[in-house]
Ligand binder design. Structure first.
Ligand code: NAD
Length: 243
């Protein structure tokens, strides 16, 4: 469809998984997509796809974020996807690991939102979509302490921005996926030793009987980029995990 025809979208962590599928979906919907990632090699895999312009960007580097936004110009939608899963309880995480999780999972989104908001306000509108998780604000999950803290903070950030800037035509929503079959989730299955058992345990938690796909999350993101009457919400897409 051409729902996002003429729109410009900035996507972080577009090299693989949810970010990649969403950048491609925005492009298919007619948008000009600035697909960014810290990993230039994976990013090169979507170069040349409809609407896609690739750009290496480390979202932990505030000056680089500001420079990228200044260079792109008008941005209609921002898809904040960069995030990292620290595995462990509160007793397993070091201060450095916790600081890293906060910086990559939360402060990166604060940086990109701060960078794009003035332009969106000046143009009278924009849509910001932050990838949180059901873990943290909707449910607890074993060994996801730093992750859950940071993803709950993403929902708080989302509601704050939505509340403060609704009057300026800005919408800000969070997406809360459950288990989505991405390269990093696959890596976590492998890291547990018995790959098949680890995957089966995750699937067993899903009432709909399977893991979600990045493309399903991408469809929700395309909807939220254009949806004109929803803001400040945490949109759950989790295969029934938290029913
Ligand atoms: P992934 O974890 O497989 O890939 C993450 C991407 O982020 C990689 O391309 C990586 O290069 C990039 N990245 C890492 N550090 C970066 C930095 N400093 N700057 C820019 N990019 C950086 O992808 P995924 O599993 O689809 O996860 C994407 C988002 O969705 C994350 O925020 C994750 O927490 C969230 N999420 C994933 C699941 C899941 O089950 N996969 C569930 C809920 C939420």
């Amino acid at each position: 469809s051409g729902d996002l025809e003429g729109k410009t979208v900035l996507v972080t962590a577009a090299g693989q998984g949810i970010g990649r599928a969403t950048a491609l979906a925005f492009g298919r919907a007619g948008a000009t997509v600035h697909a960014t990632d810290i990993n230039a090699e994976t990013l090169a895999g979507i170069d040349g796809q409809p609407g896609i312009a690739i750009r290496r960007l480390d979202v932990r580097d505030g000056a680089a974020v500001d420079a990228a936004v200044a260079d792109i110009g008008a941005i209609d939608a921002l898809f904040n996807c960069a995030g990292f899963v620290h595995v462990g309880t509160i007793l397993d995480m070091t201060d450095d690991e916790f600081d890293f999780a906060v910086d990559l999972n939360v402060r990166s989104m604060v940086r990109t939102i701060r960078a794009v908001l003035p332009g969106m306000i000046a143009r009278g509108g924009g849509s910001i979509i932050n990838v949180a998780s059901v873990v943290g604000s909707i449910t607890g999950a074993p060994n996801r302490c730093a992750y859950g803290i940071t993803k709950a903070a993403v929902v708080g950030l989302t509601k704050s921005v939505a509340t403060d800037f609704a009057g300026k035509g800005i919408r800000c929503n969070a997406i809360c996926p459950g288990a989505v079959d991405s390269p990093s989730l696959d890596g976590r299955f492998r890291a547990q030793g018995d790959y098949e058992a680890a995957r089966a345990a995750f699937v067993a938690r899903q009432p709909l009987g399977r893991l979600g796909t990045p493309e399903e999350v991408a469809d929700l993101a395309v909807y939220l980029a254009g949806a004109s009457n929803t803001t400040g919400q945490a949109h759950v897409i989790d295969g029934g995990w938290t029913t």
